[in-house]
Design a protein around this ligand. Structure first.
Ligand code: G4P
Length: 530
């Protein structure tokens, strides 16, 4: 059987070349630097959206919002595509700022592997842990990179203990540093036993010098630093901390590497590790847990929807991850949520100021669809053979605000804007009969999402609005039967979300515990990652 111009075999070959991954880290651990270094070492072939950068640093493709520039953070996220050896990488970007965590979590549904970047001086930080938990929940295999080894930091063995204790993953280093943190000379390749010596180049701006030596030559060259690395590696051997592909893919162990992204040390090894160990694009399970073969007719799902990327083009962009078959621009797909056709005339891989049309994409790739206002996060698209992939979870909002149109003559624009933001999953829109449609409540994981919403309501939808904070910080899922009891409780409010869920809001966990104690029969379930 063939899908358009490609045979099943060709599609399988293309899928097997794909490595679709994200870098997860705490802000400042070096994600942008690593992304740039990876793209520099490999050959960037396309950019779906943006890699993010800091104000004053290298310009990025994404500058769609003044706010983004002012704050020097990236609000948008998409994918960067590059080739290395025979592999095609799709590096799905995750916004680094803690406030955009919901978006980040969703992006993780599109990847097959994650690189967990740790600052050598700081160890596992809070945002890294949160992201790790999402990966663990989804059984996403994780490669750990200890970055900034050129700077004084923690002891390598102590870092391994920390990773093991806090993540429960068995760290199985595939490289081990020669020279302690702050004195990064190179790495011992624990698989070949060889030494890779790194040499600084000017400002690290170009590819670092790398030379490989046999153990004897390494001992002569580095003396005690080499002996220490070998001794420590033997300690790891004794604890069985050696790479094991099966436990890695099962999300039970994590290969570890040491790097300095700013000096480009360890970047080649990371690319090689991704090619050799990271999973390729494989059959994805649908809602009924039936795997959709990669060579089956085209299918994919939306993991992100974004609007207003470019003020000259008022587009709605939906990012889809290709799961099976070949995406061919111009083909008419079916939108599984509505059963309606969806034309893909305007597919692109590059956007922002430069727009490149994408003509075809294979399993694992990310495609941006323009004019996609009908598509929601989690929706599936397919050709010929119907498929629905599991929905993407929303997260428990912790901040709540009432939103009102400042100008009542702009109510229509106001409603349209709110609907769109809800659609994109930028914020959650909660309503009740009591509050009415003119003053819905917005729920967000981080407060900065409100700023995004306010900015877009004013500038994009031409509906200036006012926001008023509500004193709630916790949401629980409840049922219609519980509403009368909850309505009698003080400082508790029940609102319905646009997906039909009923959410009970509480000021804090003590208030929640009080209500639970008085009414043990109430249904109050946490909204967790599903
Ligand atoms: P992020 O995307 O995770 O937030 O981190 P980013 O790459 O922006 O890096 C944060 C800071 O850490 C940057 O310094 C960057 O140069 C530095 N950095 C990244 N990797 C390494 C490394 O391996 N070694 C060392 N020593 N530093 C590293 P900055 O002062 O914020 O910016 P800039 O001075 O580089 O412009």
């Amino acid at each position: 059987m063939t899908s358009g111009r490609y045979s099943d075999k060709e599609i399988r070959t293309q899928a097997a070349r794909r490595r679709t991954f994200a870098v997860i880290s705490h802000p400042d651990a070096g994600k942008s630097t690593t992304t740039e270094a990876l793209a520099l070492h490999a050959r960037a072939i396309g950019q779906a959206g943006a890699t993010h950068g800091k104000a004053g640093r290298r310009a990025t493709v994404s500058d769609w919002m003044q706010m983004e520039q002012d704050r020097g953070i990236s609000i948008s996220s998409a994918a960067l595509q590059f080739e290395y050896r025979d592999a095609v990488f799709n590096l799905v970007d995750t916004p680094g700022h803690a406030d955009f965590s919901e978006d980040t979590y969703r992006v993780l549904s599109a990847v097959d592997c994650a690189v967990m970047l740790i600052d050598a001086a700081k160890g596992l930080e809070s945002q890294t842990m949160k992201l790790f938990e999402v990966c663990a929940h989804r059984n996403i295999p994780i490669i750990t990179v200890v970055n900034k080894w050129d700077r004084p930091g923690l002891d390598a063995l102590a870092l391994m203990d920390e990773v093991q204790q806090r993540t429960g993953l068995l760290p199985t280093p595939i490289t081990w540093p020669v020279g302690q943190s702050g004195d990064f000379r190179g790495v011992l390749d624990r698989i070949t036993g060889e030494y890779t010596k790194y040499t600084r180049t000017d400002g690290g701006a170009t590819i670092a010098g790398e030379e490989t030596f046999a153990p004897e030559a390494a001992a002569e060259l580095e003396g005690e630093a080499w002996t220490t690395a070998v001794d420590e590696s033997e300690l790891l051997d004794m604890e069985d901390q050696n790479h094991d592909q099966e436990t890695f893919l099962a999300g039970k162990s994590t290969p570890v590497m040491f790097a300095s992204a700013v000096l480009n040390f360890g970047i080649h090894k990371l690319l090689d590790t991704l090619v050799d160990l990271a999973p390729a694009a494989e059959a994805r399970e649908d809602k009924e847990s039936a795997p959709r073969d990669v060579a089956a007719p085209f299918s994919g799902f939306v993991f992100k929807v974004q609007a207003g990327m470019d003020s000259n083009h008022r587009d709605r962009l939906a990012y889809i991850r290709v799961c099976s078959g070949v995406f061919e621009r111009g083909s008419v797909l079916t939108h599984s949520a509505t059963g309606k056709p969806f034309a893909t005339k305007y597919a692109q891989q590059v956007f922002g100021r430069d727009r490149d049309v994408v003509d075809e994409a294979f399993p694992g790739d990310v495609v941006g669809l323009v004019n996609a206002s009908a598509l929601r996060v989690g929706d599936s698209l397919y050709l010929d053979k119907k498929v629905e992939f599991p929905g993407i979870p929303t997260f428990s909002p912790e901040h709540f605000m009432v939103i009102r149109a400042k100008d009542s003559s702009k109510y229509k624009q106001f409603r349209r804007g709110i609907e769109q933001l809800d659609h994109e999953g930028v914020i959650q829109v909660l309503r009740s009969d009591l509050r009415g449609d003119q003053a819905p409540v917005l729920g967000a994981v981080g407060p900065m999402q409100f700023e995004v919403a306010e900015d877009r309501m004013t500038n994009e939808f031409n509906a200036p609005c006012s926001l008023e904070r509500l004193n709630f910080s916790l949401a629980r899922r409840t049922t219609p039967e519980c509403v009368p009891t909850l309505a009698r409780e003080r400082n508790v409010e029940v609102l319905s979300r646009s997906d039909g869920e009923l959410l009970a809001l509480f000021s804090d966990r003590w208030r929640l515990q009080g209500v639970e104690k008085n009414h043990p029969d109430l249904v109050l379930e946490p909204l967790v990652v599903s």
